[in-house]
Structures are given as structure tokens and as C-alpha cells.
Design a protein around this ligand. Structure first.
Ligand code: GLP
Length: 632
């Protein structure tokens, strides 16, 4: 779907040199190769290399590749000096979420870098010491001759290091206050937002810009909007990464998902002469209609000509032909029969009419992902007589706050089930001994998983699905892992494969293809994709339709929708009720103190927004719409 062709005109939009890779591994190989060459070149001359390093999930694949090069290609780091961008404050270096610990676990412990060459801002110095320590940090960078290569990620607020919006161009290493979005993004790592430190020490934007060469990396759909701002908008304090534009040697490296919002991909007709595929025509025409606030069928040639679409209307016009073509295509995405309408002409329907009763498998990375995206569709599939199985790939137990299992275990104990070997007793003992930031014991994780199973069953029951049709796969990558550090393997794939072989589905619903690569959604997709690839030669799989729902709360663009399933007001209310069963996932922040919307409110907005886009395009006006893209 992404136009990868190089086009010189994009320089008019992109103010940072940006390379989009179809595979993250290719991006990493090229970057790690360059770093390794510099390290070797300097080592031959008896010189050092000074690297500026970042944390977060973004640079992890780079660190893994450097470790591999150390082990397999004998790359030595003895001449490498590192400066990390930042550290939470206050935080002890031994804390599980400290960047000290992260860097040692993810890189330093696996290479031969001398301990004295490693520099990370102090998270545990006293307030009185902070100022002096920050000045010392700057002085140490300078004493080593400045940074040769600086690696950066980008936060959803546009921060680099922990330079939040409002940071100045000349800022140096200092103590900062974290943005609420940044703290909520870190909430999962710290097992709750209230545990996330309010401050951090970070190298300043000025310190970063002093590096000789800078690489900013961005993976996954959730970075797309902020990346576009950093790359295409003028430098501004509200997007600190945009200040990189003042540096002459910055290279942005992204995957396709993070690059979708760049003009070259989103509006390729503005940067050159794209090939007008059916998908691109749909995007251009629907975008024009939404932008002008005019229904599709009322667009005229002049609208096309005045909005950068003169080529399109010349090649494929007149306007009315384009309008009706796109109108019909979108009209044909709408169906109240997500499993296909039996015994009808299905030429213009998203799903096949036959077989009338289909076997359907819905994969959900964690309980609730399915409900947010498709509770209404699920309800229809069940009522329309299809054999639906919902398979939760992971238990989701990492997402349950301690308070929830505490009250469950107390309830069980109070009901008299207090056998010393029982799970409730073990959990209540373990909770007593658990420090604020300790990982969960096996018993706590087990009970948390049970909490989520119960919520999932209650939720599905509202959609008419009986618990015998619910599978909890509890994939090992999740049960043995922690956030941002999941590694999938053969065991995960064989579990998913076995389910597919047992069900032989006609339809599969899934998500996660463009999610942040370290996320549960992305890992779940990776496993499902591998399982499907291993089964690719089976005849049933060639007949199976794969329907993708969007990850998180970011809905598909109109041109990406292949099936739009409307919800009536009653169906939407039922959907909200089913989401509400996932009590442990509701906000832990008192709503009065937060602008944050509850998860069901966000979903309601998302589905209503899709309906209103269809309405604005001149199609029928529905209360809400759930939508899906076909995986080809
Ligand atoms: C943290 C770090 C940043 C990092 C950002 C993005 O805030 N301080 O240096 O770039 O997170 O994190 P991730 O790579 O996990 O998306």
C-alpha cells in the first residue's frame, strides 16, 4: 500500500533525510554495519569512538545486532565510550526499570566494553548534587572529544531523550519534569502510572545537537503522526525532535508503519507522479471529499484541479466517473453480514455467501482487544449462525493491578476457602511480601490470568458466545516474558498452528501487523503469521479470508477499509456493556483528575467517527461502524 518509489519532490516536505525500510532487520543491519566499521577503523588507529545511546524499545534490535557482531564477528568494544541520554529521577540504578539496569541487560553485559567507558546520568544523587552532576556529564562528553554517533528514539510527545515539549534548542543536561503522556506510556513498565517517577535527568537538545552524526529511529504505527511532525513541520518547541532539522547530519530510519503519515506515502500525488492504482484513487478521492466537506458525488473537476489532483482527473476523469467509482467501492464495503450473506449474489460483498455457516476464528492478543475492535461484528457472527471461536493468544495477566487480585483473594478467603495450599492463600502471602516494584510471583500471575479469563467470558457472553467457544492459549512468550522484552519461539507457533488445524476456519480475524514491534500485539501477529505461513500449502487456508482489525485506538483510513460493519444504537450500547466487563482494565486514575477518556469512551468515539466519515462521504448515516481490512 505504501509508495516506496524515490521521488525528488518530497524534499519540499521532508526536512530531515529519511529512509524507510520494509524490514526493521534491514535497517538495523545497515546501521550496525556502519557503527562496526567506525569502531574497527578507529581501533586500527588506536583511537576511541564516542557513542550516544538511547533506551526504550526502539534501539533494542540494534543492541541485539551489536551483541551478535561481538559474538560472531569478533567486534570488540574496548575502544568504545558511551554516554546515555537519560535516566529517571529519583531512581536507584538497581531498580528493574532504571536505564542503568536496562543498558546493562540489553547491551553492556554482553559485550567487552570496559566499565569505566560507560556513562549514564545519575538517578540516585541528591537534589543538591544534581546541578553539579549534570555539569560534570557535559564536561565528560567534551573531555572525550564529543559524540561521534548519537542514537535516538522518539517519544509520542516528540521528545528526544527526555526533552519534553517546551525544551529549548540550547538546553543542556539537566533535571526535567516528565509529560503526562510519557508517564502513561511508561506505566506498563512500572506496573502502574503512579509508580513512574515524575522527573528525569536528560542530556539537553543542545547536547544532542553537538553530536557529529545523529540517527533517529522510529518503528510502528504509533509513531507515525509525531514522526511526520518532526520530519515535515517547521522546528517548534512543541515537537522537540523537530529541532534536529538545524543539524546538518541527521538520518531518520523508519519502518513502513512509522512512515505512513509522511506526505510521500499518504499523499504521493503531492510529491510526484504516482501510479494511480485502485487503492490510491480511493484514497485521493475520499480524502478530497473529506477535506472539502463535500459528499463524493458532488465533487467537480475544479475540486480535483485545485487540490493537487489534476493528473488524476485528466488520466481517469471526468470527476463524475471517479466519484461514482469510489462511491460504489465504499458502498460495497458496508455489510450487516460479516460472515457473508447466505444464498445471495456476493459479487459486490466483502465476504462470500457460501458456505452459509462458516467456521470463524477471532485471534485477540489479550482479552479485550477483540471487544474494542469488533464486539458488534462478533455479536452478528454469532447471531447469524456461524461457528465462532475466540482465541486469546496471551493471558494479559501483566495488565492486572495488584489491587484487583488482592480483593479477589480476600473474597475467596472470606468465603472460607483458606486451605494453606490454595492459590488464594499463596497469593495473599506473596502480595504481603511483594515490594512496590517487584515482579509478580507465579501464583500472582496465575490469579491475575484467572481474573482476565473471567472478565473475557462475561464480556463474550453478552455477545452471545458460550464459554466452550473461548480458548485461552496463554502463549509462552508472554507467560515467561515482561513488557518490551518478549521473544517468540517455536512453542508459540505450534500452539497457534494446532488451533488453526483443529478449526480449519473459513474466516480469521486478527490484529497487530503494524503495531510497535516490541508490543504484545506485534508479537502475537508475528506468531500468527508464522503459523499461517507454515500452513500455506493446506487447501483450506487458500480458501480462508483473513480480516485485520486495527491495533490500539487508531482506526483504518477509509481507503484501507474492505469491510465496514454498522452498529445500531442498541448494538453500540451492548458493545459498551461488554467492554465494561473488563473491569481490571478500566482507568486507575480518578477521572476527575484526568483528561484521559475511559477505554469504552475512546472506542465509542472511534466507531462513531468512522460512521460520520462514511456519512460525510455521502454514504448512509449509521450510529457507529466497525471496520476491517483484508489481508492479502
Ligand atoms: C523514553 C526514552 C526515550 C525514548 C522514548 C521512546 O522516553 N527516554 O529516549 O526514545 O522513551 O520509547 P520507545 O523506544 O520505547 O518507544
Amino acid at each position: 500500500m505504501i509508495n516506496m518509489k524515490t521521488n525528488d519532490d518530497r524534499t519540499g516536505f521532508e526536512k530531515l533525510s529519511t529512509t524507510v525500510f520494509s524490514e526493521i532487520s534491514m535497517a538495523i543491519q545497515s546501521l550496525a554495519g556502519e557503527i562496526a566499521s567506525l569502531i574497527r577503523e578507529r581501533a586500527d588507529k588506536g583511537q576511541t569512538v564516542v557513542m550516544g545511546l538511547a533506551t526504550g524499545s526502539t534501539p533494542v534490535p540494534l543492541y541485539r545486532e551489536l551483541i551478535r557482531m561481538h559474538r560472531e564477528d569478533k567486534l570488540s568494544f574496548e575502544n568504545v565510550i558511551t554516554f546515555n541520554l537519560d535516566e529517571y529521577y529519583p531512581l536507584e540504578p538497581g531498580h528493574p526499570e532504571s536505564y542503568h539496569r536496562f543498558m546493562h541487560e540489553q547491551l553492556f553485559d554482553h559485550i567487552d566494553i570496559p566499565a569505566d567507558n560507560i556513562h549514564i546520568p545519575c538517578g540516585n544523587c541528591s537534589r543538591e548534587e544534581v546541578f553539579g552532576k549534570c555539569a560534570d556529564y557535559e564536561a565528560a562528553i567534551e573531555a572525550h572529544g564529543g559524540i561521534d554517533i548519537q542514537i535516538l528514539g522518539i517519544g509520542r510527545t516528540g521528545h528526544i531523550g527526555f526533552n519534553e515539549p517546551g525544551s529549548s534548542l540550547s538546553s543542556k543536561t539537566r533535571l526535567v519534569t516528565l509529560d503526562s503522556i510519557t508517564r502513561s506510556d511508561a506505566a506498563k513498565d512500572f506496573l502502574g502510572e503512579s509508580n513512574v517517577p515524575r522527573h528525569a535527568i536528560t542530556m539537553g537538545i543542545g547536547s544532542i545537537l553537538a553530536a557529529r552524526k545523529i540517527y533517529m529511529l522510529a518503528w510502528g504505527r504509533s509513531k507515525a503522526e509525531i514522526l511526520r511532525k518532526a520530519v515535515e513541520e517547521d522546528p517548534q518547541e512543541s515537537v522537540p525532535a523537530s529541532f534536529l532539522q538545524s543539524h546538518g547530519n541527521v538520518h531518520v530510519i523508519t519502518d513502513e508503519a512509522a512512515a505512513v503519515e509522511l506526505t510521500r506515502n499518504k499523499y504521493p500525488w503531492l510529491v510526484g507522479f504516482p501510479e494511480w492504482t485502485a487503492g490510491l484513487i480511493r484514497r485521493a478521492v475520499s480524502d478530497l471529499s473529506l477535506k472539502l466537506g463535500k459528499p463524493l458525488l458532488k465533487l467537480v473537476d475544479k475540486d480535483y484541479q485545485e487540490n493537487g489532483l489534476a493528473d488524476l482527473v485528466t488520466e481517469h476523469g471526468p470527476a463524475y466517473n471517479l466519484n461514482i467509482k469510489v462511491f460504489n467501492e465504499l458502498q460495497h464495503t458496508i455489510t450487516g453480514w460479516p460472515g457473508g450473506k447466505p444464498h445471495t449474489d456476493d459479487q459486490h460483498r466483502p465476504e462470500r455467501a457460501e458456505p452459509a455457516h462458516k467456521r470463524v476464528v477471532v485471534f485477540s492478543p489479550e482479552p479485550l482487544d477483540d471487544m474494542l475492535a469488533m464486539a458488534g461484528t462478533l455479536n452478528r457472527l454469532v447471531t447469524q449462525g456461524h461457528e465462532v471461536t475466540v482465541a486469546y493468544l496471551t493471558s494479559g495477566n501483566l495488565g492486572v493491578p495488584d489491587g484487583e487480585v488482592r480483593s479477589v483473594s480476600e473474597l475467596i478467603l472470606e468465603a472460607g476457602y483458606s486451605d494453606p495450599d490454595s492459590l488464594a492463600v499463596k497469593v495473599s502471602n506473596d502480595l504481603e511480601q511483594k515490594g512496590a516494584f517487584d515482579q509478580d510471583s507465579a501464583s500472582i500471575r496465575k490469579l491475575k490470568g484467572i481474573v482476565r479469563r473471567n472478565e473475557a467470558r462475561a464480556s463474550l457472553e453478552i455477545c452471545g458466545l458460550r464459554s466452550c467457544n473461548v480458548k485461552f492459549l496463554d502463549l509462552p512468550f508472554y507467560e515467561h516474558g515482561k513488557y518490551r522484552q518478549f521473544t517468540t519461539g517455536k512453542d508459540d507457533v505450534s500452539i497457534v498452528k494446532a488451533l488453526l488445524e483443529e478449526k480449519l476456519p473459513h474466516q480469521v480475524f486478527f490484529t497487530g501487523a503494524s503495531a510497535d514491534p516490541s508490543s504484545v500485539n506485534s508479537k502475537s501477529f508475528e506468531v500468527m503469521k508464522e503459523a499461517v505461513e507454515q500452513l500455506a500449502d493446506e487447501s483450506w487456508i487458500t480458501d480462508c479470508y483473513f480480516w485485520q482489525y486495527a491495533t490500539g485506538n487508531k482506526e483504518w483510513e477509509v481507503d484501507q477499509i474492505d469491510m465496514a460493519v454498522p452498529c445500531s444504537p442498541d448494538e453500540l450500547a451492548k458493545k459498551i456493556q461488554s467492554i465494561y466487563q473488563h473491569r481490571s482494565q478500566m482507568s486507575q486514575v480518578p477521572l476527575m483528575q484526568s483528561k484521559h477518556k475511559e477505554i469504552w469512551e475512546q472506542t465509542q468515539d472511534r466507531n462513531r467517527d468512522t460512521a460520520s466519515r462514511y456519512d460525510s462521504l455521502g454514504l448512509a448515516e449509521y450510529e457507529a461502524i466497525e471496520c476491517f481490512g483484508k489481508w492479502k
